[in-house]
Design a protein. Structure first.
Length: 384
């Protein structure tokens, strides 16, 4: 990709000079209604995807709906979410139906669909993350349209993403995409719950601050998906760290991409999250991790030093939480519980406990071998 121009408006989402590679996430409530596929709506969306490809954009789809489809076919209660076993069984049936549906509709426009089922561990483990990246790149090079979903048939409550918003942001990161479009059942981010009188759509966000997070609701409007505005803001943070723009738009309308970008005859409608920074590839991967092995709680001096770009030294560590090994990802928090950074530990938990609060000159005597200078080196650390 040779794109360097940042998105400044929703209209830019349809410009291949600015967005040459786009990830589109489609929620369950958009695909499925009362247990049946909204085929006419989906056919319209696929036609828009074909138009995007015709104007020179590569498209990756992150599709929900497998559990809902499978539950309907199997006759399972609660949409297949009554238990983990029900969800896994429903997903196993629904994934076949869903992939076949995308394949058939894309084929009508001369496009080849490729299914990619991922679990959290596939993108949390660095080597498997790079393997997923290689697969996505090869599929795009071959002209295919990757259709990605969480592998719910094997995922467990402990290791699953829990929603496809964050999965879409992670996929965009792995695929080096320029933007993510989250099609949902709301127009975008509102300054308060959109059901409240006077709620106003926020068209542009530059950085997911505490004030922006306070606007979010964890509720999913349809009750079918597992996301909500909170998960969408988490997705925006993952995308932001990788230098990727993210858009939330309403997918319940016909031609939702055209509506979001203002190409349907009206104004562009949605919320654009502009990335305010871009970390290196490894730091972006680390900063987007959802599961950490432990935590290091640091004193005020260490917290200030970290924010100034320093490595974390043992002298500034006040407490250790969890069981982790060397190279495992850990959270770094201040004494008030605020997350300062994520980083890769240079020592395991037991070694960190032995070194806690000690000066670097004391480390060799404590450990019995020549130590590494930092507990978390600044090159292996990303501020939050």
């Amino acid at each position: 990709m040779a794109v360097s121009n940042p998105l400044t408006s929703l209209v830019d989402l349809a410009d291949p000079r600015i967005v040459s590679r786009l990830v589109i996430k489609v929620g369950s409530s958009l695909l499925v209604a009362r247990g049946a596929v909204r085929r006419q709506w989906l056919a319209g969306l696929v036609a828009e995807i074909a138009q995007a490809r015709a104007r020179g954009q590569e498209v990756i789809i992150v599709s929900s709906g497998a559990i809902a489809l499978g539950a309907s076919r199997l006759g399972l209660e609660k949409g297949g979410r009554g238990s983990l076993a029900d969800a896994q069984a429903a997903a196993a049936v629904g994934q076949i139906l869903l992939s076949g549906l995308w394949s058939d509709l894309l084929a009508e426009h001369g496009a080849t669909a490729a299914q990619l089922l991922l679990t959290l561990d596939d993108l949390e483990d660095r080597r498997r993350y790079l393997n997923a990246t290689a697969t996505l790149m090869r599929l795009l090079d071959a002209g295919a349209v990757p259709v990605v979903n969480e592998n719910d048939s094997v995922a467990t409550q402990e290791i699953r993403f829990g929603d496809n918003d964050r999965l879409a942001a992670r996929v965009a990161q792995a695929a080096k995409a320029d933007a993510v479009l989250l099609l949902s059942d709301v127009d975008g981010l509102y300054d308060r719950n959109p059901r409240e009188p006077g709620a106003t759509l926020v068209p542009l966000v530059s950085g997911v601050s505490a004030d922006v997070q306070a606007m979010a609701s964890a509720d999913s409007g349809s009750g079918m998906g597992s996301g909500g505005m909170t998960s969408k803001l988490q997705a925006a943070q993952i995308a932001e760290l990788a230098g990727i723009a993210l858009v939330i738009a309403n997918g319940t309308h016909d031609r939702p991409i055209a509506r979001a970008t203002g190409h349907a005859g009206g104004e562009a409608i949605g919320t654009l999250f502009q990335p305010g920074r871009k970390a290196g590839a490894r730091k972006a991967w680390l900063g987007g991790r959802l599961r950490l092995r432990g935590a290091l709680i640091v004193d005020a001096g260490a917290a200030e030093a970290l924010r100034g770009g320093s490595s974390l030294l043992a002298a500034g560590i006040a407490e250790i939480e969890g069981e982790f090994g060397r190279g495992d990802p850990v959270a770094i928090r201040d004494c008030e519980g605020r997350v300062i950074a994520h980083g890769l530990a240079e020592y395991d938990a037991a070694e960190c406990a032995a070194l806690r609060g000690k000066q670097s000159s004391e480390h060799a005597a404590i450990l019995g071998y020549a130590p590494r200078r930092a507990v978390v080196h600044r090159d292996q650390l990303v501020l939050k």
